[in-house]
Design a protein around this ligand. Structure first.
Ligand SMILES: Nc1ncnc2c1ncn2[C@@H]1O[C@H](COP(=O)(O)OP(=O)(O)OP(=O)(O)O)[C@@H](O)[C@H]1O
Ligand SMILES: [Mg+2]
Length: 352
């Protein structure tokens, strides 16, 4: 549905040029929800604006629905753009117009009569769950309601693609979930291809099937959301995933010397990382029983990503050293990632 080939965009500013997007190639399939994640300044907004040519790339091509947008006439481009809706973090509604008028706005010049436009806009407000707000003004709505209006407006010309640039970043977690749920439902019902730009892995986890990670203008990693969550390859991806799967918090506790995570003599502080293929087995109790070691859970974080678990546990493991090593080898043989965070043996030595 969307294909970017070697797209680059550089801005000239008084303080020099900024390469916002550098040679990005990407394919997004019809009907999928595709996430693009990265830190502030990574180039996400610039990239997504290249998808409808709000920003014209300096190099490369942008093919949407089989049409190379960089090669068409301005008139044809205007026509093609009607097939690509967009929503933003700050909703961009017109304050002086009612909700219904905002949704009708993109239908001007579409050949519909005023009455047909009203009917269509009203149907769209029903679709996003706000039929009773038709005559309200944007200032009378909550953030979540404003975003629903913006979604209705974006869908008015019946687009096949919806670009969402940080569409939930200004909303609280509960409203975020309801907007994401709405996007997912609309995507399914209307057969939309949805591109979700975000800096939050939680958003990606909630609705995307595939994700690309962007850093300094480049796509550094991409794949199925589950694969990227369970086996992140790049440091930046690990950082972003870590914020959603809280297992890295243990590093802060270790760093702060917290008693809760300090192994006694002979104990090990282990971080176990799970993925889909092993959590269903009772590995901890099996390891404990089979090797006669004490395994106590200090901290855990397991998230469901696309219905499968990702995450793990931090445990204090105590017992005879040879048996502990056997237990660790057993866990590794079951595809559990095992990392020794702290070893009480070295502590005991250091103390001695
Ligand atoms: N119109 C512009 N003129 C000059 N520089 C720009 C322009 N738009 C973006 N940039 C620069 O391009 C880089 C990428 O910006 P972009 O807005 O695409 O990042 P982003 O990933 O969307 O960040 P955020 O998460 O903060 O929205 C930044 O260094 C930014 O300052
Ligand atoms: Mg942005």
């Amino acid at each position: 549905m969307i294909e970017l080939k070697n797209v680059s965009k550089t801005f000239s500013t008084p303080s020099g040029s900024v390469e916002a997007v550098r040679g990005v190639s990407l394919r997004i399939q019809a009907g999928e929800i595709f996430g693009i994640i990265g830190l502030s300044g990574a180039g996400k907004s610039t990239l997504v604006q290249c998808m409808n040519l709000l920003q014209r790339p300096d190099a490369g091509s942008v093919i949407v629905g089989g049409c190379d947008l960089t090669a068409v006439s301005p008139r044809e481009l205007r026509e093609k753009r009607r097939g690509i809706g967009m929503i933003f973090q700050h909703f961009n509604l017109m304050a002086s117009r009612t909700v219904l008028q905002n949704v009708m706005f993109p239908l001007r010049g579409s050949g519909m009569t005023r009455q047909q436009q009203r009917t269509r806009a009203f149907e769209l407000l029903q679709l996003v769950g706000l039929p009773d707000k038709a005559d309200a003004y944007p200032s009378q709505l909550s953030g979540g309601q404003k975003q629903r209006v913006a979604i209705a407006r974006a869908l008015a010309p019946n687009p096949r693609v919806l670009l969402c640039d940080e569409a939930t970043s200004a909303l609280d977690p509960q409203t975020t979930r309801s907007i994401l749920q709405l996007l997912r439902d609309l995507g399914r019902r209307l057969g939309l291809t949805i591109v979700v730009i975000t800096h939050e892995m939680a958003v990606v986890k909630e609705i995307c099937g595939r994700v690309a990670v962007m850093q300094s203008g480049r796509i550094v990693e991409q794949g199925d959301v589950y694969a990227v969550f369970s086996h992140p390859r790049e440091d930046i991806t690990r950082e972003l995933v870590g914020a959603a799967v809280h297992l890295r918090q243990i590093d802060e506790l270790v760093h702060a010397g917290s008693a809760a995570v300090t192994p006694g003599p002979g104990q090990l502080l282990l971080r176990l990382t799970y993925s889909a293929d092993n959590v269903s087995e009772a590995l901890i109790s099996t390891a404990s029983r089979r090797f006669g070691v004490d395994l106590s859970i200090v901290f855990g974080s397991i998230e469901l990503v696309q219905g499968a678990p990702v995450g793990g546990l931090v445990i204090l493991a105590g017992g005879e050293r040879a048996r502990l090593e056997q237990a660790v080898r057993f866990l590794i043989s079951k595809n559990v990632g095992v990392e020794v965070v702290l070893d009480g043996k070295s502590f005991a030595k250091a103390g001695a």
